[in-house]
Design a protein around this ligand. Structure first.
Ligand code: ARG
Length: 471
């Protein structure tokens, strides 16, 4: 398209077209309302391309200077909010190119040499996503740090550990928090891995088959920071694949879904813990809302919303997978639909992580309530069985003897540690007075001092490891 044709695209695409698009079709096919957020990446890609075209002698030095000048002005206009985005120009790429040509004339028309919007958009999305992944990585580190500090403060606090949401064994609350640190650490690894495959250059693939111009793709890759771990330029090796696959966006959304699911599990626990039936924690008021009818209410809206927004991100993953599944090679306009789910995934994950970085510090722990709940559920029954094993009983027999003891304790409405020694000895004669040490919650915790266990000493060791790793 010539510049005039670009400007008048609302009338018809080129000499080939005999009628303009209807307004409805124009609105239906346009993406500028949402893809304009790619503008920085679009300009960076264009400048890298132009600089390489000049170095290869495809365009002149004066053209490059004009393009740089025009792009500087466009950048200023967009930043100032004075850039006029036109729906008739369909997308971010055509809007910027048309304005460039308006500003600098022929040099603007030369920019698109050896390039197509197909490799252009694939490049833009990759550049944009790469930078967003970096921001998310930083937030994941911050969130882990907040959890680690909280874990350190609560290494000695005893929480009933659950299986099947039934009291199972006592655990350190710090240990519980560090479980989420492990999850978020793996999320960070996943994003770092996705980043490697995202940070590869499609430009040079043109529409689908590559181009006959003598482009230096590796130079463009280097200019754009698209390099591998060894600093070597990272360039997509097959033009058909480069312009058409969006697996990097799908992988990102899958990693984002897992991160959101981790946030969601934590949220579910916060909601439960804050309910009157648990009463284990309180959340700072700034993360809660009241009720318009029940004056006594304080609702954990932020974790509930995070749990809800997880569904939305998982939905985007399903959307992107489905978008891809029936597409023949190479580029199809279907791919324009990758943007809104991807953008919304980034926005949702970023905002959620930011809020949780703050929210963690605002958790008020109620250790007495946690400990009381741990006492109610015969959480040290396994410890009694282990005690009997140490006295020489096979584990299965010990398990059975303790089941009888728990039954009696339930009947009497007391904890195992409250049964008289004589009663306990009725279940097994080898039980001695030292049994009461193992029946305490703290004794149970301290006994699990192996790697990965819940003993406060082990929690402290893990806190130290995480601090080093995250510094
Ligand atoms: N707006 C388009 C997209 O997002 C840019 C590529 C258009 N290419 C084309 N041949 N129509 O995918």
């Amino acid at each position: 398209m010539s510049s005039n044709q670009l400007d008048k695209k609302s009338q018809a695409w080129s000499a080939l077209f005999s009628e303009p698009m209807s307004e409805l079709v124009q609105r239906y096919t346009a993406s500028v309302e949402f893809d304009r957020r790619l503008w920085k990446a679009d300009i960076a890609g264009s400048l890298a391309h132009a600089e390489m075209l000049a170095a290869q002698g495809v365009i002149g030095a004066a053209d490059l200077a004009d393009i740089r000048r025009g792009m500087a002005q466009i950048t200023a206009e967009i930043e100032a909010g004075s850039f006029e985005w036109k729906l008739a120009l369909e997308d971010v790429h055509l809007n910027i190119e048309a304005r460039l040509t308006q500003l600098v004339g022929d040099a603007g028309k030369r920019l698109h040499t050896g390039r197509s919007r197909n490799d252009q958009v694939a490049t833009d999305v990759r550049l944009w996503l790469r930078d967003e992944i970096d921001g998310i990585g930083t937030l994941l580190v911050e969130l882990q740090r907040a959890l680690v500090e909280m874990a350190d403060k609560n290494a000695e606090v005893i929480l009933p550990g659950f299986t099947h949401l039934q009291v199972a064994q006592p655990v350190s609350f710090g240990h519980h928090l560090l479980a989420y640190v492990e999850m978020f650490a793996r999320d960070a690894e996943r994003f770092a891995d996705v980043r490697r495959r995202t940070n590869r250059l499609p430009l040079g693939s043109a529409a689908l088959a590559g181009t006959s111009y003598p482009l230096d793709r590796e130079r463009v890759a280097k200019t754009l920071g698209m390099v591998d771990d060894d600093g070597k330029p990272s360039v997509c090796q097959n033009s058909l694949d480069a312009v058409s696959d969006r697996d990097f966006a799908i992988e990102f959304t899958a990693a984002a879904s897992l991160a959101m699911i981790h946030v969601s599990r934590f949220s579910e626990e916060l909601v439960l813990w804050m309910s009157q039936n648990f009463g284990f924690i309180d959340l700072a008021d700034r993360f809660c809302t009241g009720s318009s009818i029940m004056p006594q209410k304080k609702n954990p809206d932020v974790p509930e919303l995070a749990r809800g927004k997880t569904g939305r991100v998982v939905g985007h993953l399903m959307g992107l997978l489905t978008l891809m599944k029936g597409q023949p090679l190479a580029y199809n306009k279907d791919n324009q639909e990758d943007k809104e789910p991807l953008f919304d995934t980034v926005d949702t994950l970023r905002d959620t992580l930011r809020i949780f970085c703050e929210l963690v510090g605002g958790i008020v722990v109620k250790p007495e309530a946690m400990e009381r709940a741990a006492r109610r559920g015969y959480a040290t029954a396994t410890d009694l069985a282990d005690y009997l094993v140490k006295k020489g009983l096979p584990f299965r027999d010990a398990h059975e003897a303790v089941a009888h003891a728990v039954k009696v304790a339930i009947q009497q409405g007391v904890d195992l540690s409250e049964l008289p020694l004589a009663t306990l000895q009725g279940f097994n004669a080898s039980i001695g007075a030292d049994v009461f040490e193992v029946l305490t919650l703290r004794g149970s915790l301290d006994a699990r001092k192996l790697l990965g266990g819940t003993a406060p000493a082990q929690v402290r060791a893990q806190v130290a490891r995480h601090r080093t790793r995250l510094s």
